[in-house]
Structure formats: C-alpha cells, structure tokens
Design a protein. Structure first.
Length: 117
C-alpha cells in the first residue's frame, strides 16, 4: 500500500494519538498543517479506500488498520531500491557520511549490526 505525504499526515495523528474522530483529526491538522475540514475528510476517505483506516460510528471514529512500523519499512525499502539500487550498505554509508556521530550513537549502531548477524 502506497500512502502519499498528505495521507501520512492523517495517519501520523492516529499513530500518535490512537483512535480519534474525524473532527479531532481535522482540528489537529488545521493547527499543524493549516488544512481545512474538507481537505482532512477527503484524505481520511482516501485512506479508508486504501484500507489504511477503518471508520465506525458514532462520530465518524477512525482507527488505523496499518502500523507505523509497517509503513516505515515499506518506505525505507522503496528508498533503498529507488535511490541506492537496493543496496543497504550504500544507504548506510550515505547516512554516516552526512553527520559526525557521537560515541554513543556509534555504539548503538554496532549493537544493531550485531543483533542482525
């Protein structure tokens, strides 16, 4: 399932706050993104058609059907395939080359690599 950036904003509210009414999601996104209620409701409906959100009554209660981690994994895989020719080591090298890491960050990365071995 491919979610666009605007749809991810709707999902982010649900992942952060849990089940919420469409009105509440609209209120949050009005503050965070400057969206009007119609924009938010349209995006909620698009997410419902894609199977990312389930709606129930009363009050148009919305529930995320996909976990944030699932979307993160799919987006990461797409990035690796699209930009780094499917090479995780190229992505890793690019990330490391962009910023000086602290000793604790380097140690955490070592732990992650060891867990995967």
């Amino acid at each position: 399932m491919k979610l666009f950036d605007s749809e991810l904003k709707v999902m982010e509210v649900l992942w952060r706050e849990g089940d919420a009414t469409a009105k509440h999601i609209s209120d949050v996104l009005r503050e965070e993104a400057g969206w009007n209620i119609n924009t938010t409701y349209t995006l909620i409906k698009r997410c419902m058609k894609k199977g990312a959100i389930e709606r129930s009554e009363p009050h148009f209660m919305c529930h995320a059907l996909i976990a944030k981690e699932t979307v993160q994994e799919a987006e990461t895989n797409e990035l690796i395939d699209k930009i780094y020719d499917g090479s995780v080591d190229k992505l890793f090298a690019a990330l490391l080359g962009r910023k000086k890491l602290s000793a604790s960050q380097i140690e955490r990365l070592r732990q992650i690599v060891e867990e995967e071995e």
